[in-house]
Design a protein around this ligand. Structure first.
Ligand code: MD3
Ligand code: FE
Length: 199
């Protein structure tokens, strides 16, 4: 489906490719462990996160931002996997490669409130997301918070590309359908969000 530059490629990654990505990301998470960020108002996010690539998105009392090191280990993030650079090249049609991959881990009950992605220097650069594991009920709104919204189910192996107007649209994850997949050890969903943090 396509909507204002939002493109959902259902089943873009086959079962073997999904398993390989989960394995690669979980191996990287040994060096850069998942953690729960605090929102600027001090509430822990329900989603656990880590990052790959030159920059990782994080938040605490100092606000939302990209950082070159993991906040707990103080080490650089693990490298961006080649497989993800290849996916980006295929689905964005040769845009400048991403310098950040945010890894969101949704265990049972985790969700993400309606927000825009606006911490990147160039908000015209596309965003690419990969869904792995349990199905997400994803919400896509419009440019203003009060605009009407629609829900889209994101299932394991789906790739979404956010370009054009949709790049600035409000979006969130209402809920995860727990137990809908057996891909992620321990259950849940992993979402990979590839972005260009620095112009
Ligand atoms: C629509 N993650 O990390 S990915 C995020 O499923 C985030 O974990 C969600 O929103 C998740 O910021 C959604 C799909 C996605 C990513 C970026 C977007 C949708 C987007 C940017 C603009 C509009
Ligand atoms: Fe987002």
């Amino acid at each position: 489906m396509e909507f204002n530059g939002f493109q959902l490629i259902s089943g873009a990654i086959d079962a073997a490719g999904q398993a390989a990505l989960v394995e690669e990301v979980l191996a990287a998470a040994n060096a850069a462990p998942f953690y729960r960020s605090l929102t600027p108002s001090g509430k822990p996010m329900s989603v656990e996160q880590t990052s790959l690539g030159a920059y990782g998105w994080t938040t605490d009392a100092d606000g939302y931002r990209y950082e070159p090191v993991h906040p707990l280990t103080r080490q650089p993030w693990p490298p961006m996997p080649r497989s993800l650079l290849a996916l980006w090249a295929v689905h964005t049609g040769g845009e400048t490669p991403p310098d950040s991959c945010l890894v969101n881990l949704y265990r049972e009950g985790a969700k993400m409130g309606l927000h825009t992605d606006s911490d990147e220097q160039d908000l015209t650069a596309p965003v690419l997301s990969v869904s792995l594991g349990d199905t997400a009920v994803f919400r896509l709104g419009g440019a203003a918070r009060g605009d009407s919204s629609r829900t889209v189910r994101l299932t394991s192996g789906d790739v979404s590309v956010l370009a054009g107007p949709s790049r600035r649209f409000f979006h969130g994850v209402d809920r995860i359908l727990a137990g809908s997949s057996r891909l992620v050890p321990g259950g849940g969903r992993i979402n990979l969000t590839l972005r260009r943090a620095r112009a």
